[in-house]
Design a protein around this ligand. Structure first.
Ligand code: APR
Length: 258
């Protein structure tokens, strides 16, 4: 059968079944069906709050209590949501291809919660804290990560510099973790198939990854109900929610690999 007669889910499943290296970039859209708001849609976070006031280090140093209050609200919201079928489908694809890298812009930890293993956190992880002064990032289970915000309380690091603790999130104007972006670049440049899922593809350097993959010869797929800068370049576009498209692709992949 030619590609014209196969549905797009089967076309992608065939590409994944034949691929050696698969790389994925996800954005807030992949968590939308879990109930986590995106940033730039009509009901997105940046329409309710000003990123300049909340998601940058100057805002934090100017008003750490306001920033902690906002991130504690987001952390609480994320603590109550679960991965959706799109997250689980990506975790299953990882198990079904030889080499798989999932670079995410999301800080909600839902890919790991769904079982994804090789997750590259480009923008950090809201469940972790770090010291604004000495830069140490606290690991899961460290008491510094157990901080619960209350008005008038601000967590301070035990380092000699008395730095304030802050969420381990990359804020506007800050560099991404060097090892994370390096790994994502390398994998994007070697991918046979690159999936861009649930991102508006406007925030760099993460947004450059799908373009880099395409230039390096990857088969480029976009999954997003709305068009983006990337759409005209994609070899295959699923203009639908990732929680609906990805499970259909996995169903076809299971048939092919049965
Ligand atoms: N499935 C797939 N995509 C979806 C879904 C869905 N169910 N719902 C919405 N989308 C798409 C929207 O069409 C939009 O293009 O998800 C995208 C979300 O875009 P943004 O809100 O801009 O989020 P993102 O691309 O992740 O933003 C990148 O910007 O604010 C910074 O650091 C923050 O990591 C974030 C970065």
């Amino acid at each position: 059968m030619s590609d014209q007669t196969r549905d797009t889910y089967e076309q992608l499943a065939l590409r994944l079944a034949a691929a050696n290296r698969v790389c994925v970039l996800t954005g807030a859209g992949v968590s939308r069906e879990s109930g986590v708001p995106t940033f730039r849609e009509a009901d997105g976070l940046w329409n309710k709050y000003r990123p300049e006031e909340l998601a940058n280090v100057d805002a934090f140093l100017r008003n750490p209590e306001l920033v902690w209050e906002w991130y504690s609200w987001r952390r609480e919201l994320i603590g109550e949501v679960s991965p959706n079928p799109g997250h689980y489908a990506l975790a299953e694809i990882e198990q079904r291809v030889p080499q798989f890298t999932l670079a995410t812009q999301n800080v909600d930890n839902l890919h790991r919660a769904a079982g994804s293993v090789n997750v590259v956190e480009l923008h950090g992880n809201i469940m972790r804290n770090k010291c604004q002064k000495c830069g140490v990032v606290f690991k899961e289970g460290d008491p510094e990560n157990e901080f619960v915000f209350e008005k008038g309380t601000l967590p301070v690091c035990a380092c000699g510099k008395k730095g304030l603790l802050r969420p381990d999130i990359v804020w506007f104007g800050e560099m991404l973790p060097e090892d994370a972006i390096q790994q994502a670049w390398e994998e994007a440049g070697q991918a046979d198939v690159f999936l861009s899922v649930g991102t508006s593809t406007v925030v760099y350097p993460a947004a450059a990854l799908p373009f880099t993959a395409k230039q390096a010869g990857a088969y480029l797929v976009e999954i997003n109900p709305n068009p983006t800068e990337l759409t005209p370049l994609a070899d295959l576009v699923f203009s639908e929610p990732s929680g609906e498209a990805l499970p259909k692709v996995v169903a076809k992949l299971r048939e092919l690999q049965a």
